[in-house]
Design a protein around this ligand. Structure first.
Ligand code: KIV
Length: 276
């Protein structure tokens, strides 16, 4: 069954946690979809996690489209969300054109970073019937890669609560809460009627999102994430073993080769001898 906003909304109402993972390629999309992940998310974290960029600010529309197309081919049931990259949503006209490009290439909805300053963009997108996921707290496109926790002071906590309600009024259908204190995330989750998806925002959000690299053990460890696999070690060991076996002749073996029939080989050899 194809998941949509109504499905995610029902999960919030029924207090069933929503699972979200970033995804950047076809094979991983197939696995996430088969595993029943609710939202497969092409994040602009593709820049730092896959493309070797220093920050999210370097990610372009072309980068996002390239990865969206790969992920789209692997997704059947999951809701496919994509990030609007840096400076792709500066005004309503630009945001609508870029969001439509994503929808035309298979995305179900777009996520954009920012607080109050993004309400007019969100309203413009929702007026066009485009599903929008807002994103508050730590915003890598605005604050850079170094993430500080938001919602620790009374004034900042009030601001986050008010902003989340303003974003709902603007028409947001989902909201990511990144690096926000657990208590304030819980208040936001209980006070708005759209699903909240937390990353480093504690246990009481309607769903959780993590970067796929972080759960697989690719790259550095983060407090907010959990490693379920040691991909770096397993991959490095496989590469070293392959190199060693190529160098010592242990690969390929009989099992990896195809042969020509003996009589045909004899004929080739005779032909070669006559030629010389
Ligand atoms: O691009 C990203 O990875 C994000 C996180 C919130 C998951 O935006």
């Amino acid at each position: 069954m194809k998941k949509d906003i109504a499905y995610l909304q029902t999960k919030k109402q029924q207090k069933q946690p929503i699972s979200v993972l970033t995804c950047y390629d076809y094979p991983t999309a197939c696995m996430q979809d088969a595993a029943g992940i609710d939202i497969v998310f092409v994040g602009d974290s593709v820049g730092t996690n896959i493309l070797g960029y220093k920050s999210e600010m370097e990610v372009t529309m072309a980068d996002m489209l390239h990865h969206l197309k790969a992920v789209r081919r692997g997704v059947t049931d999951a809701y496919l969300l994509i990030d609007m990259p840096y400076a792709s949503d500066c005004n309503p006209k630009q945001a609508i054109a870029n969001a439509n490009l994503f929808l035309d290439n298979g995305a179900d909805g777009v996520k954009l970073e920012g607080g109050k300053e993004k309400t007019s963009i969100i309203s413009a997108l929702t007026e066009q019937d485009i599903d929008v996921c807002a994103h508050i707290g730590h915003n890598p496109q605005i604050h850079g890669t170094k993430a500080a926790t938001h919602g620790k002071t009374v004034s900042k906590a009030k601001e986050l609560i008010q902003t989340s309600s303003d974003l709902v009024d603007a028409g947001a259908k989902l909201i990511v809460l990144e690096k926000i204190t657990e208590e304030i995330s819980q208040i936001i989750t209980e006070s708005i009627n759209i699903p909240t998806i937390g990353i480093g925002a504690g246990r009481y959000c309607d769903g959780q999102v993590l970067v796929i690299n972080d759960i697989l053990g690719i790259g550095p460890e983060f407090k907010h994430a959990k490693r379920y696999q040691d991909y770096n070690r397993l991959t490095y060991e496989a590469i070293c073993q392959y190199k060693e076996e190529v160098e010592n002749g242990a690969f390929p073996t009989d099992a990896n080769v195809d042969n020509i029939a003996f009589d045909k080989l004899e004929r080739v050899k005779k032909w070669l001898a006559l030629k010389q």
